[in-house]
Design a protein. Structure first.
Length: 170
């Protein structure tokens, strides 16, 4: 049975295999895979050749700018959150969507829980692999907890006060 993730606010089977940094990329498994940034840099041409879809996952220390023009070619970029309180991935997501223009699936994985989902979505994430033992169906309620957002963000750049000034606020 495939693990489940939240993608576009729906629970779905996860077809992607995110390879751990310790796993060899010498013999890649069939189907969609995401490799570390280091593996991508070392074997980019080989990984792209005859393989579709392909993705990369970033640790908090990784510079998303190192993906360069490959960003347009990737189907998935996954950002690892190693600890519940490590927020560096929020900035990575906002950079990938805003500055680098990534339009594919942007996934948060690791120690992710319900409390993260809405803010991660605001930073551009559209898929979430929750930590083991956390129920993705129950977590869906997190997206509806706040009806008004004051700040602008990746998902809605215009702050509330600007919407009110223009008459566009609800």
């Amino acid at each position: 049975m495939l693990p489940e993730i939240i993608r576009h606010r729906r629970v779905e089977a996860d077809l992607w295999r995110v390879l751990d940094a310790s796993e060899s990329v010498a013999a890649l498994p069939e189907g969609p895979v995401a490799v570390t940034l280091a593996a991508w840099i070392a074997r980019r041409e080989e990984l792209f050749a005859g393989r579709d879809p392909v993705g990369v996952w970033l640790s908090p220390e990784d510079d998303p700018g190192k993906l360069g023009p490959d960003i347009e070619l990737l189907d998935l970029i996954a950002v690892h959150f190693p600890k519940f309180a490590d927020g560096r991935g929020y900035s990575t997501g906002a950079l990938l969507r805003g500055r680098f223009g990534f339009r594919g699936e942007l996934r948060a994985f690791g120690d992710i829980g319900r409390d993260h989902l809405l803010q991660l979505e605001r930073c551009g994430f559209d898929a979430f692999a929750l930590a083991p033992g956390r129920d993705p169906r129950a977590a869906l309620a997190a997206f509806e907890e706040f009806s008004v957002r004051y700040q602008g963000s990746v998902d809605d750049p215009l702050p509330l006060f600007r919407k009110r000034l223009s008459g566009a606020a609800r």
